[in-house]
Design a protein around this ligand. Structure first.
Ligand SMILES: Cc1cc2nc3c(=O)[nH]c(=O)nc-3n(C[C@H](O)[C@H](O)[C@H](O)COP(=O)(O)OP(=O)(O)OC[C@H]3O[C@@H](n4cnc5c(N)ncnc54)[C@H](O)[C@@H]3O)c2cc1C
Length: 546
């Protein structure tokens, strides 16, 4: 339950009432493809929109308390970039209700064993490209374990913590990306972190898009103006996230933002006052509570300060349409390994995710990969998969030595890991944010490379076994530094602007050269980049206007 999903707020998208609302699967697919700036794989988008309604109803039957109207019908609200309201929600605590319901239901099954508080440190792949299991530390005892398996699913979430100003949980350190990458599995489109326009200043806590879109909040600059009319006149505050984020930062750069005295951050205001206390209490109770408790501002009486924050990783582990992990551009699959949720890049979000499509993706590919992995595990793979000898035993021994000899029990180490993390965060917040350019990205690249060179000399003060969070933080820092480098290398290489990746020195989308996905392969000298085409089924790329 200590996942990111419990803090998802706004809801999950699906076409539930096509007859009454005029919505359709085609419209949901088109909005998603257009929102993605045409980088989404369209067959994956079509699969998402087709399966999502069933999963929403399934979750309803499991017990999720979706918000409803007076007649008991499940409510839906609009999110950015949607033609028709289709975000299904449970107040502003949708993720919490989904996760509690799933957790409660899993407890009904005696044959599900949960390994709580186990921190996975490496993925075990044999020479034949078959997944064999993982190594992990039981944080409660400090015991190093080998967990062998006939099949696996990587579902380790995103990597918001590469940045300092992020809406994402402390657990979002992108471990699964690095676990896969180091095991020889390519990552895809890592140059596309998404920045959510409305994070609370200065703490970065998310103010759901439901507040701005669904419930009708206004964005206001220092001159009291609803400035979105300059950037997306027809959608206003309901434009997609990349456009609203750029609008806010442009307002700041042109002197129409406010400055937070404590952090020095520039922000604009989100005004909810016109919604009234009753509606805020009914639809956005958590937002009100967060603003009061963390800033002493009651949104019923005062607007709240917001600016864009790192919020989601659109890139991820290279998988096929059904979430099966791929080892090369498009031929070789790992027969018994899948990835799902934010860890995976099935490519439904392309260069810019539409809000509420991620929970739907988690539900749809959670089922698809879960069923496929279970089917594989039960279909007679040899029991010898559950023994480890040869190269797997060597990998286990190397991993144990990496963690315990080279990091934990090393006598001296001059570097403070928390200072390295701070500098990485500052660098990413400064140079790899909503607007990027060559010189800033090069500066970021050389800083991160220097930090990576310093990493082997980190000092772990806590040598204890039980709940050694100091050791865990260092292992996560190693992953984070690697991903910071990948994000920067991808951003430097992609010489165009598309979705959330905006290059001031290449401000136009370039379909001739860049209508393609980036793949990142591990080499000891840094990532090797390769490219695969975008799968286009029905919607030809067009100019994106809102
Ligand atoms: C504040 C916020 C609100 C959001 N609201 C919405 C919304 O309303 N609608 C929407 O569609 N999307 C939303 N998103 C995005 C969405 O919540 C996430 O993309 C989604 O919840 C990710 O789910 P996941 O299962 O892939 O990962 P997570 O929920 O992050 O789960 C990953 C799990 O893997 C575990 N893990 C990680 N590393 C290791 C390791 N090394 N060893 C063992 N375990 C590990 C973690 O502890 C965690 O339990 C929101 C995002 C944010 C930041």
């Amino acid at each position: 339950m200590r996942s990111h999903s419990v803090s998802a707020e706004g809801g999950a998208s699906a076409v539930l009432y096509p007859k009454e609302t005029g919505d359709s699967l085609d419209l949901h697919a088109y909005d998603t493809v257009k929102g993605s700036d045409f980088l989404a794989d369209q067959d994956a988008v079509e699969l998402l929109v087709r399966e999502a309604p069933k999963e929403i109803i399934f979750m309803d039957h499991l017990g999720v308390p979706w918000s409803r109207d007076e007649k008991g019908r499940i409510l839906q609200r609009p999110f950015g970039g949607m033609s028709i309201p289709r975000t299904t929600f449970a107040q502003d605590k949708s993720g919490f209700f989904l996760m509690s319901t799933l957790y409660d239901n899993v407890l009904r099954f005696d044959n599900v064993e949960m390994l709580h508080e186990h921190f996975v440190t490496s993925l075990l792949m044999d020479h034949g490209g078959v997944f064999r299991g993982v190594t992990a530390i039981d944080l409660r005892t400090g015991e190093f374990k080998v967990i062998l398996a006939k099949a696996g699913i990587i579902a380790t979430g995103g990597n918001g913590r590469v940045y300092k100003f992020t809406t994402m949980a402390w657990s979002s350190t992108g471990d699964g990306y690095s676990l896969a990458y180091r095991a020889g599995i390519p990552l895809k489109d890592m140059e596309f972190p998404q920045f959510h326009p409305t994070a609370l200043v200065p703490n970065g806590i998310l103010i759901t898009e439901g507040a701005r879109g669904g419930e009708g909040g206004y964005l206001i600059n220092k001159e009291g103006e609803r400035f979105m009319k300059r950037y997306a006149p027809s959608k206003m505050e309901l434009a997609p996230r990349d456009i609203v984020s750029r609008a806010i930062i442009t307002e700041c750069m042109e002197g129409r933002g406010f400055i937070d005295e404590e952090s020095g951050l520039c922000y604009v205001l989100l005004d909810l006052r016109h919604l009234g206390e009753e509606r805020i209490n009914k639809r956005l109770p958590m937002i009100r509570e967060i603003a009061i408790k963390t800033l002493g501002i009651d949104p019923v009486d005062e607007p709240i300060p917001v600016r864009p924050a790192m919020h989601y990783m659109m890139g991820g582990i290279h998988v096929d349409l059904y979430g099966q992990v791929m080892l090369d551009e498009d031929k070789t699959r790992v027969p018994n390994l899948w990835a799902a949720g934010e860890a995976a890049n099935v490519s439904v979000h392309g260069a810019n995710r539409l809000g509420s499509n991620s929970l739907s993706e988690c539900l749809v590919w959670g089922r698809l990969t879960g069923e496929a992995a279970a089917k594989y595990a039960m279909s007679a793979p040899p029991d010898s998969m559950l023994e480890y000898t040869g190269d797997i035993a060597t990998k286990v021994a190397n991993e144990e030595s990496r963690i315990f000899d080279k990091l934990l029990h090393k006598e001296v180490g001059a570097e403070n890991p928390y200072s390295i993390r701070e500098e990485m965060n500052r660098t990413m917040d400064t140079y790899v944010y909503v607007f990027r350019d060559k010189s800033g990205l090069e500066e970021a690249y050389s800083t991160i490379k220097r930090l990576r060179e310093r990493f082997p000399n980190v000092r772990i003060e806590d040598k204890g076994r039980y709940y050694n969070t100091n050791l865990r933080d260092v292992l996560e820092l190693d992953f984070l530094l690697e991903q910071a480098e990948l994000i920067i290398v991808g951003a430097l290489t992609r010489t165009e602007s598309r979705g959330a990746h905006y290059r001031l020195d290449y401000p136009k989308r370039d379909d001739v050269n860049w209508l393609k996905h980036t793949l990142y392969f591990y080499t000891t000298d840094g990532p090797r980049l390769s490219y695969v085409p975008v799968r286009i089924t029905r919607w030809k790329p067009e100019e994106r206007k809102y």
